[in-house]
Write a protein that binds this ligand. Structure first.
Ligand SMILES: [Zn+2]
Length: 318
């Protein structure tokens, strides 16, 4: 876990930020200027050209943008993409990083994971050097989040908590965090209590960040590679993976996705070819609770794209 974690109302406001920071964000000036005012950051520069699913070229472009300047700290302010770029830059340069999520889904502020694309393929990387020097979780950033971004983030957090619970790398302590995270996220989503999302996503990050995600995330990347948002692709992928794994979270995760009204997924590339892309993703597949063959992957993909796994089955009265 990050050495310093600050959570709660005004956490981002009360934090003392170092001067000469580089703020890395995906948002636009009308939004981040308001945020930076609230945070009281002084003498900073902003890099705001981060796009979702960042590529290694993006990381290099940011690095180039501040060459010769005396940057003291990176501040990753935004969704998972901003934080992942920060993490990779921190590893490359040794410059400290402060991570501040504004969408509450990936839990990236808590983990040693970063997802960066190489040659248009998303890669899950893990390194102790990716860990934040400080993580700040403040529900201030929640209001105003577009519904679509909020539901994708909530779905990601719930997928990570439940896949993390089932992960072969899990232990009683990580399962404690994953279970608590899922309970809170489920309550937040099913009972319309969005103010619980930041805490749920944070606990999910601690839980899965010290175990791993599994088959659901492995399946989802072929959809992301075709432009489907991460959380959206997990709605069907993690549901099908939970069914395959006979996860205790199968029904509850599906109910969350139904509540969030996710549409079925489509895939342009042939399923067999997609399975060939998924199979080398050992970081996810080796930690799946049961072994997965290429045939299993093709079957899961068939379930995802040809049958709607989120369809509500109305039980016939007996
Ligand atoms: Zn995820």
């Amino acid at each position: 876990m990050p050495r310093k974690i600050v959570y709660g109302e005004n956490a981002a406001k009360d934090f003392k930020y170092p001067e000469n920071s580089l703020v890395i964000t995906t948002t636009t000036p009308d939004i981040y200027n308001k945020w930076l005012d609230y945070m009281g950051v002084k003498n900073y520069e902003v890099y705001d050209k981060i796009t979702p699913d960042p590529a290694i070229e993006t990381v290099e472009a940011v690095k180039k943008s501040f060459e010769g300047k005396n940057v003291s700290t990176f501040i990753g302010l935004g969704g998972g993409s901003s934080m992942d770029v920060c993490k990779y830059l921190g590893k490359l340069t040794g410059i400290p990083k402060i991570l501040i999520p504004t969408t509450f889904g990936t839990g990236a502020e808590m983990t040693t994971y970063a997802v960066i694309s190489f040659e248009h393929k998303k890669k899950l990387l893990q390194d102790e050097a990716f860990l934040a020097d400080a993580a700040i979780v403040d529900p201030y950033f929640l209001p105003g989040t577009p519904y679509n971004i909020m539901r994708n983030s909530a779905c990601d957090a719930a997928a990570q908590a439940s896949e993390g619970y089932d992960s072969k790398l899990g232990n009683p302590l990580t399962r404690l965090f994953c279970k608590e995270a899922f309970d809170i996220l489920e309550d937040a989503i099913v009972n319309d209590k969005p103010n619980l999302l930041p805490y749920g996503a944070m606990l999910s990050g601690i839980g899965f960040g010290n175990s791993s995600t599994t088959l659901g995330h492995a399946l989802s990347y072929v959809f992301s590679n075709e432009g489907v948002p991460h959380g959206y692709s997990l709605s069907s992928c993690t549901t099908v993976a939970h069914r395959f794994n006979k996860s205790i979270y199968y029904e509850r995760f599906k109910r969350i996705c139904q509540k969030l009204k996710f549409e079925p997924l489509k895939l342009k590339q042939p399923l067999d070819q997609a399975a060939d892309v998924i199979m080398p993703d050992r970081g996810h597949l080796d930690n799946n609770p049961i072994p997965v063959t290429k045939e299993d992957i093709v079957k899961c993909l068939e379930n995802i794209v040809n049958m709607n796994p989120l369809e509500q089955v109305i039980e016939e009265p007996r």
